[in-house]
Ligand binder design. Structure first.
Ligand code: PLP
Length: 401
């Protein structure tokens, strides 16, 4: 018999969202009359808007014609890569620095192959689960001791440090996962903070994997939408991003990574070349239908639609945040991000999750599921239909006091 990969057994958390779904199912079974509303997950709920949807449909239609047919696309359609560089990076990157993929999560999982087992890892705490679990699967997380992995440096992001971690905690030669706008805290790092991060990474010989999946929710023009707005970031950072949230492509699957040619390993080898090699070896390119949709999303009409969709979720976010604040609950996020991070001092976050589910029939996400520093917090997600979010807020106002 063949042995199980021991790194799989090393995964500690039952993945957070299945656990939430299980608790929701159990509650629903015990209370069949309850109308449960989910403000728990980051899954999009609104239809893809017409222009972008027509782009997808056109892409599918073209595949049925001799002139329009295309097969494998490897790193992605050159027009799409060029357009991404222009729209998101002011044309700073050549098309061979941009790799089209089936989404940011998939890229985050694959990127670890570049660095391998034994790499030192640093993550914001709390953080999106795949940074830690992906590191565990890659053999880079070490053993489990005292509620954390020995190979991972957890960088607490709390109200005391304005949800931006202390750079002194980062060990030399680490791979740093960093997410802004942040999931789950909703905090968005400003220019000074990101400059501090880039400076620390360069001084310590680290590489940052910068997750910008929520960049299109940023409305404050002073906040950077990409790590590459920061000087010298191309020497120390890889960025991943996605059409999932701004275009409603969570089920369509389309994302990209930017791996600058200026980014080198300690031995001077090109990270960009290796990433091309890995993508060519284990990934055969994103769907060409999805890429046609992506191209439609990046022309004037498509950009307007992405703005409309993100505005919609931000309106939900504002309502949730205002509702919680009126109850005297301290929270951050929800202004330049679709997540609201609500503080319940001294309370266990799974207990708060259960209380909100039982009193209001509203599903949230317990902060402790995102890391030790998430204890005492609950995440509210703005991804929901307007009437559901309004109803959830009404229940929270009348029942959660
Ligand atoms: N990165 C963050 C921070 C996310 O919250 C999510 C999804 O919730 C993703 C990446 C996943 O993006 P994709 O759908 O492109 O895989």
């Amino acid at each position: 018999m063949i042995n199980r990969n021991p790194y799989i057994a090393n995964l500690k958390a039952g993945y957070l969202f299945p656990e939430i779904a299980k608790r929701r199912r159990e509650y629903a079974a015990a209370h069949p009359e309850a109308k449960i509303i989910s403000l728990g997950v980051g899954n999009t709920t609104e239809p893809i808007l017409p222009h972008i949807n027509a782009g997808l449909a056109e892409g599918a239609k073209r595949l049925g014609t001799v002139e329009g047919y295309s097969g494998y696309q490897d790193e992605g359609l050159p027009e799409l890569r060029e357009k991404i560089s222009k729209v998101f990076y002011r044309g700073k990157f050549a098309i061979d620095e941009i790799f089209i993929s089936d989404g940011a999560k998939c890229d985050i999982g694959r990127l670890q192959i570049l660095f391998g087992a034994g790499t030192k890892i640093a993550v914001q705490d709390p953080s999106y689960p795949v940074y830690v679990d992906g590191s565990v699967l890659a053999g880079a997380a070490g053993g489990w001791e005292n509620n954390g992995y020995t190979g991972i440096t957890y960088l607490p992001c709390t109200a005391d440090n304005n949800f931006f971690p202390n750079m002194e905690l980062i060990q030399p030669d680490s791979l740093i996962y960093f997410c802004s706008p942040n999931n789950p805290t909703g905090a968005v790092s400003n220019r000074d903070q990101l400059s501090t991060l880039v400076k620390a990474a360069i001084e310590k010989g680290c590489i940052i994997i910068f997750d910008a999946a929520y960049s299109e929710f940023i409305r404050d023009p002073s906040l950077p939408k990409t790590i590459f707005e920061i000087d010298k970031a191309d020497q120390c950072a890889i960025e991943v991003n996605s059409f999932s949230k701004p275009a409603g492509f969570t089920g369509v699957r389309l994302g990209w990574s930017v791996v600058p040619k200026a980014l080198l390993y300690s031995g001077g080898e090109s990270v960009n070349k290796d990433w091309g090699r890995i993508m060519g070896t284990i990934f055969n390119g994103a769907s060409n239908i999805a890429q046609a949709g992506g191209l439609a999303a990046l022309n004037d009409e498509g950009l307007k639609e992405m703005r409309t969709l993100t505005d919609f979720y931000l309106t939900n976010a504002k309502l949730i945040r205002d509702t919680l604040q009126k109850l005297g609950i301290n929270c951050i996020g929800g202004d330049n991000s679709p997540y609201i991070w609500a503080h319940f001092p001294g309370r266990d976050s799974w207990e708060v999750f259960s209380e909100i589910l039982e009193k209001c029939q509203v599903v949230t996400t317990p902060g402790a599921g995102f890391g030790p520093a998430g204890q005492n917090f609950v995440r509210f997600s703005a991804f929901g239909h307007k009437e559901d979010v309004e109803e959830a807020c009404k229940r929270i106002t009348s029942l959660l006091s």
